[in-house]
Design a protein around this ligand. Structure first.
Ligand code: DX5
Ligand code: ZN
Length: 214
């Protein structure tokens, strides 16, 4: 199991140091939640901030765009140093054009589905994606409760990929910690995002090691 700490729960006054701390603690990827106050009710940070903190780790930067028009900003996030860009299938941009734009910049594309969106919504794009991110909370805020009823979507996506001979990663995001990681692992998730569980832990390295063990 790969663990991607969500910087949403970090101390933003020292975000670079927090990334370094997660790198040393054993994080596999850095998960960066970009919110525009329109697609979701919260605002976080954008490409300039990611560009500033990029030198603090060599680990892959997994940029999760919770914004209405991702296509308009792909170049900015590419220039900022994103390795993976995920955006929502519910957004207003053209999905195929956005995937193509991400790929044209040499970045791995991923599609995200909100809790009320069925797994089938990503089926038309599976052969073009590097990963699918299944939200296990309503996007917008950290620290919410894990929605175990989202896990059947993971099985549905995996079955469809298997049927079509497609190899991609499945990531889950929201409410993942010691109490819920076993369920996520059992469902076949490859990468788990964890904000609160890692940043609020007394010892981040121990917290990450425990989660990775699944
Ligand atoms: C929610 C974000 C998540 C969130 C996870 O909109 O996409 O990445 O920060 O935080 P926890 O692990 O606290 O649920
Ligand atoms: Zn996220």
């Amino acid at each position: 199991m790969k663990i991607a700490p969500s910087l949403l729960s970090c101390d933003f006054s020292v975000m670079g140091d927090e990334i370094k701390r997660m790198d040393i603690a054993g994080a596999d990827w850095m998960h960066l939640d970009v919110m525009d106050g329109h697609f979701v009710p919260n605002i976080t940070f954008g490409a300039p901030v990611i560009k500033w903190v990029r030198p603090y780790s060599d680990k892959p930067f997994d940029v999760h765009l919770m914004i209405s028009e991702p296509l308009r900003y792909i170049d900015d996030f590419a220039d900022a140093g994103a390795d993976i860009i995920t955006f929502h299938v519910e957004c207003d941009s053209d999905i195929d054009a956005t995937i193509e734009k991400i790929k044209s910049r040499g970045i791995k594309p991923g599609l995200v589905i909100k809790p009320n969106t069925p797994a089938e919504a990503v089926f038309p794009y599976l052969d073009k994606l590097a990963l699918v991110l299944v939200m296990t909370v309503e996007p917008g805020f950290g620290g919410q409760s894990f929605m175990a009823d989202m896990l059947p979507k993971v099985g549905a996506i995996k079955a469809e990929c298997q049927r079509r001979g497609i190899d991609l990663l499945i990531e889950a995001d929201g409410g993942i910690g010691e109490a819920t990681i076993a369920q996520a692992a059992q469902a076949g998730i490859d990468v788990c995002v964890a904000g609160t569980a890692v940043f609020k832990a007394e010892d981040a390295a121990k917290a990450i090691a425990k989660l990775k063990a699944y």
